[in-house]
Design a protein around this ligand. Structure first.
Ligand code: ZN
Length: 294
């Protein structure tokens, strides 16, 4: 087979791969629902099998099919008729869509599996923060380690500059440094940019308002995101989060007729949205923005 033929075959495979990854995403989303429900309660994620929170009856495998079972059961438990939260099909559908989008973005590459895991962990953080106002260490600590391992392993195994900050770093750092080391340096700069900015924002907010602004959960989340995405996409993430968070804050205040800026919105939601947006379209956004000035 000559090269254009191989490229054609890959081009045809991508929509099929996206569809398959969407199905995988729905199943991972089903697992994330368990994580979102049980992690804040400090219950085991693996045992026991899923049961109805109301009647405690175990959920049959045929009632546990992502999205479809919720529709078939019209959002109610088969045994007791208790309402099932629409969060369940929403997380499954969202994870399916994100898995398809990340596959479209990455293509069938070695890095795809890592980007999917990163995305899944962000979905879990967003929904746990929305429901419980916490970003559990049980996700952020392994997340930081995962980000560092990914930064080392992906460039080392593929020999490619998968991460957005790498081409620039390679041009600055000494040429004899191996790609894995350059990538780790990028991860450290990103972690400081992400975790550092969130820590500084909290510190200044405390000084100015005399109240605790946010827990260190946001800082740890941004250490993870920063190490993974590199400093440019991380700063973009924080800007996107501040923008979407302000819009949501104004919307909530208008709805409730409040003028009180003190009310708390879980910022992890918007950091998660910003991180996924940066992963998918961040490089193009930065290039577009830079082109406005050149
Ligand atoms: Zn039930």
């Amino acid at each position: 087979m000559n090269l254009p033929a191989i490229e054609n075959a890959t081009a045809l495979q991508l929509p099929i791969a996206c569809t398959l990854m969407a199905v995988l995403g729905a199943m991972i989303g089903s697992f994330l629902n368990v994580v979102i429900h049980r992690l804040p309660l400090e219950q085991s994620i693996v045992f026991p099998n899923s049961n109805c929170p109301k009647c405690r009856k175990p959920i049959k495998p045929y009632d546990n099919i992502p999205i479809l079972s919720f529709l078939a059961l019209r959002g109610r438990c088969r045994s007791c008729g208790a309402r099932i939260s629409p969060r369940y099909p929403a997380v499954e559908a969202l994870t399916a869509a994100l898995f398809a989008a990340v596959t479209w973005h990455d293509g069938l590459s070695f890095a795809l599996a890592f980007d999917l895991a990163f995305t899944a962990s962000l979905v879990a953080l967003v929904f746990i923060d929305a429901e419980n106002m916490i970003l559990p260490n049980a996700i952020t600590y392994p997340g930081i380690l995962f980000a560092l391992i990914t930064r080392l392993v992906v460039p080392y195994l593929t020999g490619s500059t998968h991460f957005e900050d790498l081409p620039q770093l390679i041009s600055i750092l000494p040429a004899r440094l191996p790609l894995g080391a350059v990538s780790l340096i990028g991860a450290l700069i990103g972690a400081v940019a992400g975790g550092g900015s969130l820590w500084l924002m909290g510190f200044l907010w405390e000084k100015v308002r005399g109240v605790e602004a946010m827990g260190f959960g946001d800082v740890k989340m941004m250490l993870m995101v920063g190490a993974y995405l590199g400093w440019r996409l991380t700063i973009l993430t924080i800007l996107l989060a501040a923008f979407t968070g302000s819009l949501a804050g104004v919307a909530v205040m208008l709805q409730r007729g409040q003028r009180n800026m003190q009310m708390m919105l879980p910022f992890g939601i918007f950091l998660g949205i910003g991180s996924i947006a940066s992963l998918l379209i961040g490089t193009r956004l930065i290039e577009w923005y830079a082109s406005q000035f050149s």
